[in-house]
Each structure stands twice: as structure tokens, then as C-alpha cells.
Design a protein around this ligand. Structure first.
Ligand code: ARG
Ligand code: GLU
Length: 709
């Protein structure tokens, strides 16, 4: 008997979340407070999230819909990553004003650059609405009925709350549909670019070092949030004033030592920690390898052309970074899952789960789960493959993708009001200008040839019909680029001038638009109708599986998968052992930049000014106590995409740095977290301030911040 109890205790201890694992809901942080304080935290859960007084959460934003940013002054000054601001920096860049290469610094507020389309979102409050959302939802309902009830309930709740607030109201599912939270958000749309370092600082190491430690990237950019005179959100206007936050982050110049407590506060996008083994296996061994292969081929082509021409290099910089990022990450996932036995670990867990199911009649509902997963994932696989080809081998042909944006115009008829048509045309003219600014036809033709050749290897039933007309890929591509008007800005504009419904026919005949249409039809008629019901089924299995896991381990603190809501994750500043015999230190320094310097390799060019500062050791108050300039550091904090730009904070809630990446060896942490090798990477805030102050001479920005020395 005693033995049994001991075993039980052991089980509970071993399944409690590892320090480091978990993305916690800020409003429930009181449940983690004790552990956080035991790890060294000196503030309270209430200092981090409160709706009764200002708290750290008031300084955190969802930046541009995909990253995190934080407010660091009373005048709306915001820090995020260079790669998060990249699109906006790139849009303001040309060969004459090459802010990507040279950096940009507004020396006063009048020089700050508006960024149309960029917004930041503040979370004002969140509420648990699980009971209301699941009102009259029962276990024996069909999935369709369940969804219908839930969306009815949600609509009603949102409408009620909207009556009492001017904030944006939404509801999101957590724990795969076992819980629901309501979010009150405020969206600011006047956000301006204040500064960014040159790419050989902000993107130092480029795609070569991306996802890799040791790292030396000064991955930061500076923006400012503006508000109307009343402090409320307002669209861009010269009369707007800097946003005054309820709280801005204090900055620590002390750095962090190995073992120090640290936490990240931000917007992780998506994790899937509770999948069955078969799903992890499919991801790492079927889907990711296809995407890696296709994207790798496209990137080879980009590289070849980008090396030859400065203009092309700028034009394809952002596209390259976008494709390259997933490509490399997925390689890490494949490697990590296989090397660290992610699938086997899940299988072992499933065995425990099955034993638990079999131990009691009451767990009957869970017994068939794993077999059902097996069946559904097998059925899903060919469609996931088809989808992966469609997005990677089809839609990465820019001509086809661009033509697709004219799809709606191609559908207009005599009945469509001319006013609507004119609006569409105006929007398309803008899109056309933006497209051709960054389009280089030889690249696209080469990509088209390579991708269509790959696509043709897919079984006929799993690819779009336009491929069936291809006898010779080279000839097909040559024809496509000859006949389509979408290769020429002049042709497109001439066509759009004075557009009438009668011209829609001509548009429908364009071969690039036809190819796009064929891709979309294939998705709409073949892939989605098959995939959607399977995914629905998987969702409901997954919901049940989640509930089963929670019942099986009642003592475990579960953290819900990331879903682009604000989360706190915590761990320690620490290095790791990537391989037997190898040990990584937790920080890098400016020395490492000098070691990597290579004037012949674009990613490793070092600015003369930076070298000069290094030579003179002119680090001012930003040097570490060891006398060197620290550049980046690693910690065992569970992060994912979307956490880019998130603040990493110390035990007192002061800013230590900006999270910008993970170590490649641990990118599988989206599926399986392993505390031994999963590390996030941040740029040291002292390096950020050093660059702003000493390198760029923009000390006025540092003066706005609150610095704790
Ligand atoms: N890997 C980081 C992330 O997932 C940084 C990406 C941007 N940097 C780059 N070199 N492409 O977003
Ligand atoms: N660079 C990622 C981002 O943009 C964060 C790195 C990660 O995936 O952990 O969100």
C-alpha cells in the first residue's frame, strides 16, 4: 500500500510542468506566483497583471498582428525586433533611401515616419466566460450543433459586453475548446517608425545565423504610438500626440547572471503541446520535409540572383527572410523530434493514458480516442500534403499570386455599380505599384519552372487541373510569362485605366489568373471539402483528449496552447548542452561580432563605426560588469513565433532584453518541450541602448526611458 502511494506521488511530481515549460494566462498568474517567487521573482502576480491598477501588462502590445512590442517611455516609445519592423522599414526604403542598409533615426518627432497599415493592440481586460459560452452545450450533441450553440452564445455575450465598453470585444477558446476567455482590446493605428539600426547590426548574421546560437544580432527597432488629443485611438493625423501609457517598462542596466530568474511577457502565436504521437510524427516526418525541400529550392534561386544585383537584393530581402525563416525552423523541428525522440515520448505517454482509461469503466468515453486519431490523421495526410504543395509550389509563383488579387475584378458584370468597380480599380492600382517595386521577373520565371516541375510529380488527383495541360514545363512557363499581362506594370495600369465591366472577359482569359483560379478551385472543390470534416473530427477528439489528460493528472498545472493571446512564460537565464561534449555559454559579446566579421560575406559585414567603438571600448554605462559589451543571451523560457519583440524581464520586472528567436536544436518546443535543450534568444537591452546612444547618436531616445542603473 505504501509502495503504491509512493509511486503515485512520484507520478505527480514527474508530470508537474517543468520549470520553463508553459505559457500562462496572465489573469491566472496567482497560481504560478509561488513557484515564480521560489525561482527568484521579487514582484507579485498582481504587479504583472491587474485590472484594478496599472501593471506591466499595460506596457505590452500585439505589434502589427504578428509580433510583440513594449512601451518604454511616457511618450509612447515602443521597442520591438528589427525583423518585426522589417516590412515597414523596407516599405520606406529605396536605392536612394536605403534604410535597410543604412538604418534610420528620427532626430526629432517631426522626422518619424508614419506606417500605414500598422497597428498595436493593448489588452485592457480578460474574463473567464467558459460557463456562459458552454451554456446548454452537452456532451451528446453533434459537433455541428455544439458549434452552432457556442457561436450563438458567443454572439450574445459579445453584444452584451459591447454595450458597456468602447473596447474591441472578442472571445477565444483555450485548452482546445474546454475553456473560453473574453478579451477587451484597444487598437491604436497611428504608429510611426522612429529608428532602426543598419541591417548589418539589426540582422547581423542574417539568415545564416537565424535560429542559431551563438548569436550576435542587434534585432531591435523603435516605433512610437500616437493617439488623438484625448488619448484615445485615432487614425494617422499630424495633430495626433504621443500616446501616454498607464505603465511603461523600466530598464535594467545590470544584465543577468546564469541561473537568474527571467520571464517573457508577450503574444505567442501557436503551439500544439497536446497532440497525439501520430500527429507529431506526420508533422515532423511528412509535412515539414516537403515544405523544407520546396522552399530550399526557391531560396537557392533567390540567393543566386540576389548576389548579383544590389537592387534585386533589396527587392527580395523581405521575401527571402519570410520563406527562409520557416524553412530553417522546420529543419530544426525535424531534427529535434527525431533526435530527442519526441514521437516515442508521446507514445509512452499514450500508453499511460490507455492504462488510465482501462482502469475504470467510467473512462469509457476516452478508450477509443487514440485509435480514432490514428484513423483521422491517416485520412488527412494526403490532403495536408496537397495543401503543402499548393501553398509552397503554387502560390510562391509571384505572377500567379499577384494575378489572383484581380480575381474579384474579373467577376464584375454590367450590374456591378461603376462606383464599386472604381474603388476596386483604385485599390488594385496601389497593389500594382507595390508589387512591381519588388518584382524581378527572371527570379519568378526560374521559380515557376522549378516549382511546377516539382508539382507535376504529385498524383493527378492531388493537384490542380491546369497542371494537366503542361507537356513541357519550360515551354509552358515561357508562354505564361509571354501571354500574361501581369508581368508588366505598364500593361496592368493601361488595362486598369478607365476599366469597365466589359473588360472583365479579357481578364478571365489571362493565363496567370487562370492558373490562380485553378489552384483555388482545386482547394475549394477537392482539398477543403475533404479536409474540413476531418479537421472538425480531429478538433473534437482533441478536445476530449485534452479533458482526459486533465482528469488523468488532476495535480498537474496545465498551460493552454498558445493562441495569440497575452501570456507569461518563465524560466532561468542559462546556457545548454546541444551535444555530448559541447556546452553553450548563456551570453555573447561584441568580441564575437569581430570574430565573425567578413567583409566579403553580406551577413557578416561590420560597420566601421561599430569597430571604432569596439576598438576604443567606448561602451559607457552599457558595459557589463565584466567590462565587455554583451550582445545576446539565452534562457530556458518557453516561447514561440509571435514572441518576437517580447520583453524578457528580471526578478523585479525590469527589462533585460528583447526576445527574438529560439535555438534551432529546440524549435520542436512547439510540439514537445524539452527543458534540456529548448532555449529562447534575446538581444541584451544594454546592447540596444548602446547602439541607439553611442552608435546612432540618438541619445534623446534613451533620455526618454526610465533607467535603473
Ligand atoms: N527566427 C526568428 C523568427 O522566427 C527571426 C526571423 C527573422 N530573421 C531572419 N534572419 N530571417 O521569427
Ligand atoms: N522569431 C520569432 C518571431 O518572430 C520568435 C522565435 C520563435 O519562434 O521562438 O516570433
Amino acid at each position: 500500500m505504501k509502495k503504491l502511494r509512493l509511486l503515485f506521488v512520484f507520478l505527480i511530481v514527474s508530470v508537474t510542468a517543468f520549470a520553463g515549460e508553459g505559457m500562462w494566462i496572465p489573469m491566472l498568474l496567482q497560481y504560478n506566483e509561488k513557484e515564480m517567487q521560489e525561482m527568484g521573482m521579487r514582484i507579485t502576480a498582481d504587479d504583472i497583471y491587474s485590472i484594478n491598477h496599472s501593471s506591466l501588462k499595460d506596457a505590452i502590445v500585439l505589434f502589427g498582428g504578428g509580433c510583440t512590442g513594449e512601451i518604454v517611455s511616457d511618450y509612447g516609445l515602443l521597442l520591438t525586433n528589427h525583423h518585426c519592423g522589417y516590412d515597414y522599414i523596407q516599405k520606406h526604403s529605396s536605392v536612394e533611401h536605403d534604410y535597410l542598409t543604412d538604418g534610420f533615426w528620427a532626430m526629432d518627432r517631426s522626422q518619424e515616419l508614419p506606417c500605414p497599415g500598422l497597428s498595436v493592440i493593448f489588452l485592457r481586460e480578460m474574463r473567464d466566460v467558459t460557463d456562459q459560452v458552454l451554456y446548454q452545450v452537452t456532451d451528446d450533441m453533434t459537433e455541428a450543433k455544439r458549434q452552432a450553440n457556442i457561436s450563438e452564445n458567443m454572439k450574445r455575450i459579445i453584444a452584451e459586453v459591447e454595450k458597456e465598453t468602447s473596447y474591441k470585444v472578442s472571445i477565444k477558446p483555450f485548452f482546445l475548446g474546454n475553456q473560453y476567455y473574453l478579451l477587451l482590446n484597444e487598437v491604436y493605428t497611428d504608429v510611426r517608425l522612429v529608428g532602426c539600426p543598419p541591417s548589418n547590426i539589426g540582422k547581423f548574421g542574417g539568415d545564416t545565423d537565424n535560429w542559431v546560437w551563438p548569436r550576435h544580432t542587434g534585432d531591435f527597432s523603435v516605433f512610437r504610438v500616437y493617439a488623438g488629443k484625448d488619448g484615445h485611438p485615432a487614425d494617422y493625423s499630424a495633430d495626433n500626440v504621443p500616446y501616454k501609457p498607464a505603465k511603461h517598462l523600466e530598464i535594467s542596466l545590470k544584465g543577468a547572471d546564469e541561473g537568474d530568474f527571467a520571464f517573457v511577457f508577450g503574444y505567442p502565436a501557436r503551439t500544439s503541446e497536446y497532440l497525439p504521437a501520430i500527429a507529431v510524427d506526420q508533422e515532423a516526418n511528412v509535412i515539414d520535409p516537403i515544405a523544407v525541400d520546396l522552399r530550399g529550392q526557391i531560396l537557392d534561386i533567390y540567393n543566386q540572383y540576389q548576389e548579383q544585383d544590389k537592387k534585386v537584393r533589396i527587392q527580395y530581402a523581405s521575401k527571402h527572410a519570410g520563406l527562409g525563416n520557416g524553412w530553417k525552423k522546420w529543419m530544426g523541428v525535424i531534427e529535434g523530434i527525431n533526435h530527442f525522440h519526441g514521437v516515442e515520448k508521446k507514445q509512452a505517454y499514450e500508453k499511460t493514458f490507455m492504462d488510465w482509461c482501462n482502469a475504470s469503466r467510467q473512462r469509457h468515453a476516452y478508450i477509443g480516442l487514440l485509435r480514432a486519431f490514428e484513423k483521422q490523421y491517416k485520412a488527412l495526410e494526403p490532403y495536408r500534403v496537397a495543401y503543402t504543395y499548393m501553398t509552397n509550389a503554387g502560390l510562391n509563383i509571384e505572377l500567379i499570386e499577384f494575378a489572383g488579387s484581380f480575381g474579384r475584378l474579373a467577376q464584375v458584370t454590367k450590374e456591378t455599380p461603376q462606383e464599386d468597380i472604381d474603388k476596386m480599380v483604385a485599390a488594385l492600382k496601389n497593389a500594382t505599384k507595390a508589387f512591381f517595386k519588388d518584382y524581378y521577373q527572371p527570379i519568378d520565371e526560374a521559380v515557376a519552372k522549378r516549382m511546377l516541375s516539382e508539382y507535376l510529380k504529385q498524383p493527378v488527383d492531388f493537384r490542380p487541373s491546369f497542371l494537366n495541360d503542361i507537356k513541357d514545363v519550360d515551354a509552358f512557363v515561357a508562354q505564361l510569362f509571354q501571354k500574361s499581362m501581369f508581368v508588366s506594370e505598364d500593361k496592368v495600369n493601361a488595362f486598369l485605366d478607365g476599366f469597365k465591366a466589359s473588360k472583365a472577359k479579357k481578364l478571365q482569359k489571362d493565363p496567370a489568373l487562370k492558373a490562380y483560379q485553378s489552384l483555388i478551385d482545386f482547394y475549394r472543390n477537392e482539398v477543403n471539402p475533404k479536409m474540413a470534416p476531418i479537421n472538425k473530427e480531429i478538433d473534437s477528439l482533441q478536445r476530449l483528449y485534452m479533458r482526459g489528460q486533465m482528469l488523468m493528472e488532476p495535480e498537474r498545472r496545465f498551460s493552454p496552447d498558445a493562441n495569440f493571446t497575452l501570456r507569461v512564460t518563465y524560466g532561468k537565464v542559462e546556457g545548454f548542452k546541444p551535444q555530448d561534449g559541447k556546452q553553450y555559454r548563456h551570453f555573447t559579446t561584441l568580441e564575437g561580432i569581430m570574430e565573425k566579421e567578413n567583409p566579403d560575406i553580406y551577413d557578416y559585414v561590420v560597420e566601421p563605426k561599430l569597430k571604432e567603438l569596439y576598438r576604443k571600448k567606448d561602451y559607457g554605462r552599457y558595459a557589463d560588469k565584466d567590462g565587455t559589451m554583451h550582445v545576446a543571451f539565452t534562457a530556458s523560457v518557453h516561447t514561440t513565433g509571435g514572441n518576437s519583440g517580447s520583453p524578457i524581464l528580471n526578478a523585479d520586472g525590469q527589462l533585460l532584453g528583447l526576445n527574438f528567436d529560439r535555438c534551432w536544436e529546440g524549435t520542436m518546443s512547439d510540439l514537445v518541450y524539452d527543458p534540456a535543450i529548448c532555449r529562447n534568444i534575446s538581444v541584451d537591452i544594454r546592447y540596444v541602448l548602446f547602439i541607439i546612444d553611442k552608435f546612432a547618436g540618438a541619445k534623446h531616445l534613451v533620455d526618454e526611458m526610465t533607467i535603473a542603473e
